[in-house]
Design a protein around this ligand. Structure first.
Ligand code: NAD
Ligand code: UGA
Length: 466
């Protein structure tokens, strides 16, 4: 047992939560700080077993190689959460914070039960001072609740709570962790708070230029994470709203986005019109922001951000209605192939993927659905389990499309850009349709082959007489 409780061992790091954030983030820290011992723990024994195996629990380009370099050297995965807390004084918490599904705030607020359970577990197992770092995305002021729980027993141990939100995007997580736009670390503006903050700055400074490591007060840090996701999602909803207008006016949303994005004050990124944004965080974090605004009586602010989520739902429903109208007002009995089930390319993650909504709606319309994806079929089977109707899963896109009346592109996987669409067209039912929910195909070429092509926010290309 440690005797000097004032000393924080700065070379041992624990991360509670071995998910999409905890695993890759800690692998990067272990790689860049070989003199640190990094341990990642989780209640999910299967997940930990997978992290310790050749088949990692998540797919992320470059992750396998990174983990292979550091695992067993200074990166360890374990289910011993209590032991981990005892042995490590720097504790990142990266557990999930989903939208609450019950009681007050259901469907809006963050469900903090995993978070609070972790706080209590840290308290119960601590025998020395700890720096506890919020890595999960949390409502503003969560650190206050954390501090109150941790300091609820007069045991002579002190806890410093910091906020260090993660900004990585799935599919490019390793690149983002290695070259982040910024690292944000928030703390109490006290001597202790600043000292704890500096110990975390030191870790990141091993590979990230100091001018990209920003420190703020803890509430600004918590709020900045929610706001970053809200701004990113707002750009997508903005361009998607305009895509609907483009379809009515023969403007082309790609041309509009280019013209608008070339204004350096606006910028070109995140202006790709699509069937809608997915992923585990955008919707959850905006709803959390909306809930916070309502909590503080800021109804107009809440409504403004709520509309970002509403447009996203509208865009997905609009996609289905466009399919229906194009295919002679009925989808019943038609076989529809979904190209891509992941919420974006280069990940197997399907959380909140628009493909889930589209597949369910197609089944409701009594269409037969065939799903193809290079990495996400296992998750697709889970997402659609128990759904009534004809459902088929084929990794090979040619097999998937054969005999179908339509293809709906849901994920911007590169492979879909370069398929032999002449071959696909030959093997489909006629008239054959393509609904490109990502605007990634060569629409003119597909039209020349014989397809009726429906992009997002562009005039459709059809072989029918008007
Ligand atoms: P995840 O669901 O992949 O992983 C969370 C892990 O925490 C799970 O493995 C779960 O078993 C574990 N866990 C839950 N309660 C626990 C407990 N009491 N003790 C130990 N382990 C516990 O989630 P994620 O995608 O890694 O997201 C984690 C947090 O990071 C969320 O707040 C999310 O908003 C945020 N975030 C996610 C991303 C992303 O790209 N996925 C990016 C930035 C921020
Ligand atoms: C997003 C943010 O980009 C990260 O900074 C943040 O850390 C993360 O959420 C989080 O907090 O979880 P992620 O959801 O992994 O990352 O992926 P994005 O690249 O942001 O894409 C989100 C969704 O928006 C995807 O469905 C994507 O296809 C869609 N999208 C993105 C568009 O429809 N159009 C665009 O122009 C960009």
């Amino acid at each position: 047992m440690k005797t000097n409780r004032d000393v924080v061992n700065k070379k041992n790091i624990l991360c509670i939560g071995a998910g999409y954030v905890g695993g890759p983030t800690m692998a990067m820290i272990a790689a860049k700080c070989p003199d640190y011992r990094v341990t990642v723990v989780d209640i999910n024994t299967q997940r930990i077993a997978a992290w310790n195996s050749a088949n990692l629990p998540i797919y992320e380009p470059g992750l396998d190689e990174l983990v292979r370099t550091v695992r067993g050297r200074n990166l360890f995965f374990s289910t011993d959460i209590d032991g981990g807390i005892r042995d490590n004084d720097i504790i990142f918490v990266s557990v999930n914070t989903p939208t609450k599904t019950f009681g007050a705030g259901a469907g809006m607020a963050a469900d903090l039960q995993y978070w609070e359970k972790t706080a209590r577990q840290i308290l119960e197992n601590s025998i020395s001072n700890k720096v506890v770092i919020e890595k999960s995305t949390l409502p503003v002021k969560t650190a206050l609740a954390m501090e109150r729980i941790l300091n609820s027993q007069p045991n002579g141990i002190s806890f410093d709570v910091l906020s260090n939100p993660e900004f990585l995007a799935e599919g490019s997580a390793i690149h983002d962790l290695e070259n982040p736009d910024r690292i944000l670390i928030g703390s109490r503006e006290t001597e202790r708070g600043r000292s704890a903050r500096n110990s975390i700055v030191e870790i990141y400074a091993r590979w990230i230029p100091r001018d990209r490591i920003i420190t703020t007060n803890i509430w600004s840090s918590e709020l900045s994470k929610l706001v970053s996701n809200a701004f990113l999602a707002q750009r997508i909803s903005s361009i998607n709203a305009i895509s609907a207008l483009c379809e009515k006016t023969e403007a082309d949303v790609t041309e509009v986005a280019r013209a608008v994005g070339m204004d350096s004050r606006i910028g070109a990124k995140f202006l790709n019109a699509s069937v809608g944004f997915g992923g585990s965080c955008f919707k959850k974090d905006i709803l959390n922001l909306v809930y916070l605004c309502r909590f503080y009586g800021l109804e107009e602010v809440a409504d403004y951000w709520d509309s970002v989520v509403n447009i996203n739902a509208y865009q997905q429903e609009r996609f289905i209605m466009n399919m229906m109208t194009a295919m002679f007002n009925t989808l019943a009995g038609k076989r529809i192939c979904i190209f891509g089930f992941a919420f974006k390319a280069n990940t197997g993650d399907t959380r909140e993927s628009p493909a889930i909504f589209i597949a369910k709606r197609l089944l409701e319309e009594h269409a037969e659905v065939v799903i193809s994806d290079p990495k996400a079929l296992d998750n697709a089977r889970i997402d659609l389990s128990g759904r009534a109707g004809v459902l088929d899963y084929r990794e090979d896109p040619y097999e998937a499309a054969a005999g179908c009346h339509a293809i709906a592109v849901m994920t911007e996987w590169d492979i879909y850009r370069t398929l032999d669409y002449e071959r696909i067209y030959r093997e489909m039912a006629k008239p054959a349709f393509i609904f490109d929910g990502r605007n990634i195909l060569d629409h003119a070429a597909c039209f020349r082959i014989g397809f009726n092509v429906y992009p997002i926010g562009k005039p459709s290309l059809t072989h029918f007489e008007s």
